[in-house]
Design a protein around this ligand. Structure first.
Ligand SMILES: *Cc1c(COP(=O)(O)O)cnc(C)c1O
Length: 373
């Protein structure tokens, strides 16, 4: 079955009791069990598992081609779960361009938990190989990455990870399973912020981990989630599941609009440089073509005139809303340095766009009027 069909039908069996096609939202935190506490129908208590959450997990595991999926209350809760599952003293190689809170998580909290962290440009295979140590247990890449849309070679990183006895974690939030299947390329874990494209409507916060194999890592993650309690609420699981049903066609439009916007920006005289894997000038364009089915809806660019030029352009945009997050129908613009704060590694002239589901020509018109002041 093709992935577009799977997005519609995975874990979409009608409700056993009523035949309802839209799945029920099970809000119950507790489930009746026999006096000896044996689990009836597989459910006991919501923090351990819930039928609505189970449906989402089955659907995501199918879409990524993984053995199992665990969903969390946010993408960050999912990210923290992976690092917390590593043995103390483990060395983590972290990509230099990642979602800013993932960087904070690894550098501040990971270190506090006894992990050693090296930050490396993972688009450079020699740099990645050189960063490995006998204690390396995890390579963490994000591809395409935030906010510079760097593309890392998943298969090459997976091979290095296997040789080092480490796991490869791929944050695939920007690509979604529609555009990229990291487990098929050898990754051990795929992470998604379901808050973004998977939910797709700026109205739900959730995260997911899909693991390639059922094994020790999965057992650790499951036991840890049950005790630490970072589960997704049933309503959140339901909203993400609903988002998945339209993911294929939404991603197709995001790709089309993203490409149009990137090309228009690349030609504009008020723009210094554009980061978009679908442009032939992108340093990993050939890799992106090999590894991805489309280039997605995330674009970033440097505006001439520095910080002031970027902020002025962002302020003149009308269709693009100044707001954080991504992956929704409405297009968003963000001055990343302002959002990331004083420790931001992002250039002050950079704007990041989440290109939404409007007509690409309207988006290009809006950008032109904003850049031309
Ligand atoms: C948003 C995001 C996260 C964190 O997800 P939350 O749901 O906001 O906790 C992690 N990685 C990437 C690439 C993201 O865009």
């Amino acid at each position: 079955m093709r992935i577009e069909t799977m997005a519609v039908h995975a874990a979409a069996e009608p409700d056993r009791e009523t035949g309802a096609l839209s799945p029920p939202i099970h809000l119950s935190t507790t489930f009746e069990h026999p006096p000896d506490s044996g689990e009836l129908d597989g459910y006991l208590y919501s923090r351990y598992g819930n039928p609505t959450q189970d449906r989402l997990e089955s659907a995501l595991a199918a879409l990524e081609g993984g053995a199992a999926c665990l969903v969390y209350g946010s993408g960050m809760a999912a990210a923290a779960a992976v690092l917390a599952a590593l043995p103390p003293g483990a060395h983590v190689v972290l990509a230099d361009d990642t979602y800013f809170s993932v960087r904070t998580l690894a550098l501040d909290f990971g270190r506090r938990w006894g992990l050693e962290v090296s930050v490396v440009d993972v688009s450079d295979a020699d740099a990645l190989r050189g960063a490995l140590r006998p204690t390396t247990r995890c390579i963490w890449i994000e591809t395409p990455s935030n906010p510079h849309l760097k593309v890392a070679d998943i298969a090459a990183a997976a091979e290095l990870a296997r040789g080092a006895g480490a796991i490869l974690v791929v944050d695939g939030t920007f690509a979604t399973p529609m555009l990229q299947r990291p487990l098929a390329l050898g990754a051990h874990v795929v992470l998604h912020s379901c808050t973004k494209y998977l939910g797709g409507h700026s109205d739900v916060q959730a995260g997911a981990l899909v693991v390639a194999d059922a094994g020790e890592m999965l057992d650790t993650l499951r036991a840890q989630r049950t005790v630490l309690g970072a589960v997704a609420a049933p309503m959140s699981a339901w909203l993400v599941l609903r988002g998945l049903r339209t993911l294929a066609c939404r991603m197709e439009w995001h790709c089309r609009a993203g490409q149009a916007v990137a090309e228009a920006l690349a030609e504009h005289r008020a723009v210094e440089r554009v980061h978009y894997p679908g442009l032939p000038t992108h340093p990993q364009h050939a890799l992106a073509r090999r590894q991805m089915k489309g280039f997605g809806g995330m674009v970033s660019f440097h505006v001439r005139g520095g910080r002031a030029g970027a902020l002025a352009a962002a302020g003149r945009l009308r269709l693009f809303r100044n707001a954080t997050s991504l992956g929704a129908p409405e297009s968003l613009v963000e001055h990343r340095e302002s959002v990331e704060g004083p420790r931001s590694p992002t250039a002050p002239d950079l704007l990041r766009l989440s290109v939404g589901l409007e007509h690409p020509d309207d988006l290009v018109d809006d950008l032109r009027q904003a850049l031309e002041g």
